[in-house]
Design a protein around this ligand. Structure first.
Ligand SMILES: [Zn+2]
Ligand SMILES: [Zn+2]
Length: 308
């Protein structure tokens, strides 16, 4: 992700999403209709309410639309300093929200190059302790895909790794949940985690591996969070990973406004579309939908250090 210029939770200056999905062809902007509500509420454990995609949904509209279909709680994830400040303020303001704060792996090389990584990490630490509704350090991790695209070289990669290590340390010292972004970096993520020692609670957000990698993460205590990608036609390996994940380690997320589930792939995403993903997951697991929802709801509280 790439973002700029966020406002306060009330402010008008939400930034426009810039993803590989938004570049190129014109997209169908029409807002998908609300799905049938889930039989039991679940939490969207990874959302970027501050990253507006055009004039799509305000924060209040997004929360109301989600609650109406059985998604009454959301973990709001901040990815840079303005985003982390926004997440803390939004969690303080809205009962539905808790927050995660961190510097995204794609932020780290930029900050390191400007000589501002230490200072930024110090503010993340301060934000992490600013409110008891900050439950997570994340998203942090490693991103080989963006690294290759941005050509930041060895120094850029070193900055990503250093930033990831510092966030792991922060999660452990502050007893927060570590939320990991792993894009094309499975082995590197586990190597760094093994070297540093994983915190007590950690989440592999938008899990993107196969069943073998799922087992390696689960062996180390991870909760695996599945996004709209699990509904994509070409995601058989991901569905195999879901199939081997114990029922008490499964989470669901949107990563909104990214990764919109089938049948709305390509349009902006929002938490009220989570039921599409959960229904697809129930099919993969051949699970009773209500039982799966109950499990996801309970798992999210375990993964994020209790209810809210
Ligand atoms: Zn991510
Ligand atoms: Zn994210």
């Amino acid at each position: 992700m790439s973002t700029a210029d966020r406002g306060t939770p009330d402010g008008p200056t939400r930034s426009r999403a810039a993803t590989e999905e938004t570049s190129g062809a014109r997209r169908d902007r029409e807002r998908p209709s609300a799905p049938e509500p889930l039989p039991h509420p679940v939490v969207d454990n990874h959302c970027h309410l501050d990253i507006a995609d055009g004039d799509w949904l305000s924060t209040e509209e997004a929360l109301a639309a989600a609650a109406a279909v059985g998604v009454p709680r959301i973990v709001q994830i901040g990815c840079d300093l303005p985003g982390a400040r926004w997440a803390v303020a939004a969690a303080a303001e809205h009962a539905a929200l808790v927050a995660g704060v961190a510097l995204h792996p794609n932020e780290a090389p930029r900050l390191a190059e400007a000589g501002r990584l230490d200072e930024a990490l110090a503010e993340i630490e301060q934000l992490a302790t600013a409110h008891d509704k900050v439950r997570a350090i994340g998203e942090t991790g490693l991103d080989r895909f963006r690294h290759a695209q941005s050509r930041t070289g060895d120094e850029g990669w070193a900055a990503q790794e250093e930033s990831f290590r510092r966030h792991i340390d922060l999660a452990k010292r502050l007893d927060k949940t570590l939320v990991i972004h792993d894009r094309d970096a499975h082995d590197d993520v586990l190597r760094v985690l093994d070297e540093e020692g994983a915190p007590q609670r950690w989440v592999m957000h938008c899990f993107s591996g196969d069943d073998t990698f799922a087992r390696r993460c689960l062996d180390r205590g991870a909760h695996l969070s599945f996004a709209g990608t699990v509904t994509f036609k070409n995601a058989a390996a991901l569905r195999n990973a879901l199939a081997v994940t114990p029922r008490d380690r499964i989470l669901v997320e949107t990563d909104a406004p990214f990764l919109t589930p089938t049948p709305y792939r390509g349009r902006p995403n929002a938490s009220y579309l989570v039921p599409h993903t959960v229904r697809a997951m129930a099919e993969v697991l051949q699970a009773d939908l209500e039982e799966l929802c109950r499990a996801i709801d309970a798992n999210t509280e375990t993964a994020f250090g209790g209810g809210w």
